[in-house]
Design a protein around this ligand. Sequence first.
Ligand code: ADP
Ligand code: ADP
Length: 232
Amino acid sequence: MIEIKGVYKEFKGKSNNVEALKNINMHIEQGDIFGIIGLSGAGKSTLVRCINRLEEPTKGEVFIKDKNIMTLNSSELREMRKKIGMIFQHFNLLNSRTVAENIAYPMEIAKVPKEDRGKRIDELLKLVELEDKKDSYPSQLSGGQKQRVGIARALANHPDVLLCDEATSALDPKTTQSILKLLKKINETLGLTIVIITHEMEVIKQICTKVAVMEAGEVVESGPVPKVFAHP
Ligand code: ADP
Ligand code: ADP
């Protein structure tokens, strides 16, 4: 599904350069819930930004569904990004838009006909259990509810993969549980591949099938979660 081969990323600074990624190799299979864990500054965000090409690797290749994304032109890149859903720590909802309008946003960009949008919004609201909040504004929602909207929006265009960047870091433990449960349900019912970036071990243990541990730009350990986190 996602193949990362020998990826390096160097940020050039005035006085020094930062090697944010050093020879990253990763294989994420269809249907995985793949965790990437590491401390702040380990390179997790940079790696995910290389997957959707918001960041250009200095060296190396990224394949999504056997397609080398480093060779895509700008219109192919736009198509590819439609198939990658993203959710964020601070939700990134548009405050001037209702829940339904936020979910509609990626469909407007993808020029989905209006009548199809309405149907899809209702489906997604049902999936994330927010039917009664359709016409509410983000300011009227709890953190957990906002993230449910974020998830619905990310799924709007039927992505192949959902990238979650510290998606539960701003939530309390109980709300975190309910969001993780929802992600698991989405993985199981839609067979969607999910990539989870986190600094929280508990998140990985709860729902990930595989994990890569990052330290200072390198993957220092990876494999099935029970193996990587086995008790000695
Ligand atoms: P994480 O997501 O694990 O916290 P990041 O990928 O954000 O780590 O950062 C990895 C390293 O790259 C850090 O040292 C960070 O300061 C540096 N970095 C990230 N983005 C940039 C950038 N745009 N310019 C310069 N340095 C950056
Ligand atoms: P995250 O919480 O996702 O790791 P960060 O706070 O590390 O986010 O980074 C937020 C933004 O700032 C990102 O776009 C990242 O690329 C950029 N950034 C991070 N570190 C640096 C840095 N040292 N110099 C310039 N930009 C940076």
